[in-house]
Design a protein around this ligand. Structure first.
Ligand code: C2E
Ligand code: MG
Ligand code: MG
Length: 731
């Protein structure tokens, strides 16, 4: 390529061609009118709009000859673009630069050439508009030059228009092929443009909607000034998004999300909106909220949701009642019948209870077997009690769980606002104190919150903390209460009873700490410590030469749940080398009636080994002799409430008589508890009771005191016989 035919800034020139989407493009009819006009105006047979690429010259339009695509070096236009003004070659044959060019010798046989450079807005020479004749022209007037220059300028304008048209077409194709529904409106919020997706979304044709107010489809938010402000405030780079209701042309509405953007167009401000139908998303959100608020097993509200509802009820200031429910035997159901049945039970419970609740009540499951009921607006304790009662009554008939008829009980605690707390947490916590009381009372009952429950609970917790220390510092001690034969007055056994030698409060009895202990994790270590201590004591006495009698040890329910019962007992008998018959395990109703097969098997094994088993406090609970038949027993301990009243209450005496005779029919020993008077002992003996225990024979006492009542093997076989005098001497 000759030096003369390249511009100074060739790369910028080519970039300008590319920017206008003209580089190496084919001819286009849109320029035909101009070349024809040029040819007629200048009376030449041929005219071209030619562009000069890096190597080639190519026509965008040609008149009187076919469009060319020739080497740049073989063109005259390549020279024309180096000029500031129109380039004229009057006779090509007279110019040796052109004389031998193919286009001169062949083709259009160009003798005359006049070309005006096509100059871009940025000053780059893109090509030339040229007219060509096959004969030489002597002159090309100034007027003609000016005309050709103007026509060239028109061609350049057309380049720019063409690019905009192409760009618009691209944008439109893009807009119509996207799934997004796009609408643009003018400053008066009249719809100017709407793409295919938007037509689909609003269920209409182009003619139905272009030119109409945006209000037609966005009834709530189409106030133009506000839209514009919102759109422009979003600075168009980040569109502003909001949710609203959109309306199809037939009037149906749907929830929509609108993303607005705004710009200043040539005709003033304009707004673009992308519209999304968010019905599905809202439905999904709703079900997520639902999921977050529901207990999956029962479909009831969960604790979180319950808290939120309670907050709302409190904000209403109309009062509310919170009832907490805990199933009484749920753990047993789970253990014995399996977790699947447990789950079914919870579901059945959750389905039944709401039927018994007043309108507006909300039931929730807090977890495991804990449920709660919110009664918004219920502020009357009597009515609250009636609801709690209704829940208890609802459980009168059994639940049918996979063929099992389950009679489940529940404990309820409730708190009533105003009065029982300010915040949701406080009210729930207070209802929980009441629930604890209901549990303590043996279940199947409801309790209302009372302020002192709070302080009791605090002291219970304090006691539990203190018990940790007590166990560590050996503050727990055992006292032993003698049991005597009612026939002979001889000592025939003893019961180990726990005491707490408190450093500041003195000697504490079980009623001060046993409830706290039983509900703490310490119950198990303390329980096993008692057993160990009793065995150790028996071994010590044996070593000291005393004739041993059986010792009763009270068990905590938790010791049965650990499934190491047999092992734990056998280990200690073995360690201290004691015959099993010296040990009498005392169980209460909680244990014996729990229907826990595991506990039952363990007790049977122990009994087979020779360990004695006594049923404690008979007559205070639900247990009847027949209900105890499944449970392995050797001894029945008649509760001291019977003994206390039998002298004055003929009914109690009759029951005691019946119990004793039935027990002996079943081969059970009977021990009467709480004998304080000789008359009681005498009556019991007459009724057939074999042995007794009570203050009359001796209060629970330290081991060294009890030792005095034991018989030394070495001594003569004289038995220690209790008399009133001796009793007085001991205390
Ligand atoms: P329990 O097993 O029924 O023990 C008998 C309770 O009756 C003892 O109360 C005893 O002091 C009391 N008592 C005995 N004779 C008379 C009497 O003539 N008149 C009166 N009014 N009371 C008499 P204590 O020692 O206060 O024990 C209360 C309960 O604490 C026991 O009842 C037992 O359930 C529990 N307990 C005591 N020690 C232990 C233990 O080491 N482990 C377990 N698991 N529980 C224990
Ligand atoms: Mg006992
Ligand atoms: Mg007892």
């Amino acid at each position: 390529m000759s030096q003369a035919s390249t511009t100074r800034d060739e790369e910028k020139r080519l970039a300008a061609l590319a920017d206008l989407w003209l580089l190496d493009t084919p001819p286009e009819s849109r320029f035909d009118l101009i070349v024809r006009l040029a040819a007629t105006q200048f009376r030449t047979p041929v005219a071209f709009v030619n562009l000069v690429g890096r190597e080639r010259l190519y026509s965008k339009s040609a008149f009187g000859f076919q469009p060319v695509n020739i080497a740049r070096t073989e063109s005259i236009c390549a020279h024309a673009i180096l000029q500031d003004d129109v380039f004229v070659v009057h006779d090509t044959l007279a110019d040796e630069r052109f004389r031998n060019l193919p286009l001169v010798k062949e083709g259009p046989k160009a003798r005359f050439y006049a070309g005006a450079p096509l100059i871009s807005h940025s000053g780059q020479r893109l090509g030339a508009l040229c007219v060509i004749d096959n004969r030489p022209h002597e002159r090309f007037s100034h007027r003609k030059r000016a005309l050709l220059r103007d026509m060239a300028a028109l061609v350049v304008e057309k380049f720019y228009l063409r690019r905009n048209e192409l760009l618009n077409a691209t944008v439109k194709q893009f807009a119509n092929s996207t799934e997004l529904a796009c609408i643009s409106v003018d400053a008066q919020a009249r719809i100017e443009f709407i793409n295919h997706s938007a037509l689909g979304l609003f269920d209409c044709g182009l003619d139905d909607i272009v030119g109409r107010d945006l209000v037609t489809i966005l009834p709530e938010r189409a106030e133009p000034a506000a839209l514009l402000a919102a759109g422009l405030a979003s600075n168009s780079a980040h569109s502003k998004t909001f949710e609203t209701v959109a309306r199809k042309l037939d009037g149906r509405t749907f929830p929509a999300e609108i993303s607005l953007s705004a710009w200043h167009g040539e005709r003033g401000p304009a707004i673009g909106a992308i519209v999304r139908d968010i019905s599905e998303r809202q439905a999904r959100d709703r079900s997520l909220v639902d999921l977050a608020n529901r207990d999956p097993l029962t479909g009831l509200s969960n604790r979180r949701h319950f808290g939120a509802l309670l907050d709302r009820a409190l904000a209403d200031d109309k009062g509310a009642t919170v009832v907490l429910i805990d199933l009484d035997e749920f753990k047993e159901v789970n253990d014995i019948l399996g977790h699947a049945t447990g789950d079914e039970l919870l579901q059945a419970f959750a389905a039944r209870i709401p039927l018994f609740l007043p309108q507006g009540a909300v039931m929730a499951r807090f977890g495991s077997d804990e449920f709660a009921i919110l009664l918004p607006g219920l502020r009357d304790p009597l009515r609250a009690h009636a609801v709690a009662d209704a829940v208890l009554k609802a459980l009168d008939s059994p639940l049918n769980i996979g063929g099992h008829l389950l009679h489940i009980g529940a404990s309820l605690g409730y708190a009533v606002m105003p009065g029982h707390g300010e915040t949701a947490e406080e009210i729930i916590a207070n209802a929980d104190f009441a629930l604890y009381r209901a549990k303590q009372a043996g279940g199947r009952t409801a309790r209302i919150f009372q302020p002192e429950m709070r302080s009791e609970s605090v002291s219970r917790r304090a006691t539990q903390d203190e018990l940790v220390r007590a166990l560590r510092e050996n503050e727990l001690v055992l006292h032993y209460q003698p049991q005597v034969s009612l026939e002979t007055g001889e000592i025939c056994g003893m019961e180990a009873l726990l005491r707490w030698q408190h450093p500041t409060r003195g000697l504490l009895y079980p009623d001060a700490f046993i409830a706290a202990l039983e509900t703490s994790p310490l119950a198990s270590p303390v329980g096993w410590w008692v057993l160990d201590e009793v065995c150790r004591q028996l071994a010590t006495w044996r070593q000291e030469g005393f004739q041993l009698v059986k010792a009763g040890v009270n068990l905590f329910p938790v010791q049965f749940r650990e499934n190491t019962l047999v092992q734990s007992v056998v280990q200690r008998l073995y360690r201290y080398d004691l015959p099993p018959s010296l040990l009498e395990l005392e169980v209460t109703e909680k244990i014996a009636l729990s229907n826990d097969d595991q506990a039952l098997t363990a007790m049977r094994s122990l009994q087979r080994l020779g360990v004695q088993i006594a049923f404690d406090d008979f007559g205070t609970g639900y247990a009847s002799l027949s209900s105890l038949q499944r449970f392995p027993l050797n001894t029945l301990k008649i509760d001291r409430s019977f003994v206390r009243d039998m002298l004055t209450n003929a009914h109690d005496a009759a029951i005691t008589r019946a119990v004793i005779s039935m027990a002996s029919d079943l081969g059970l020993e009977t021990v009467a508890e709480g004998i304080e008077l000789a008359e009681q002992a005498e009556l019991l003996r007459k009724l057939g009771c074999k042995s007794g225990q009570g203050y009359m024979y001796g209060k629970p006492m330290p081991a060294e005191h009890l030792a005095k009542l034991l018989v030394r093997k070495a001594a003569t076989h004289q038995a220690v016989v209790f008399s009133d005098r001796m009793h007085m001497g001991l205390h």
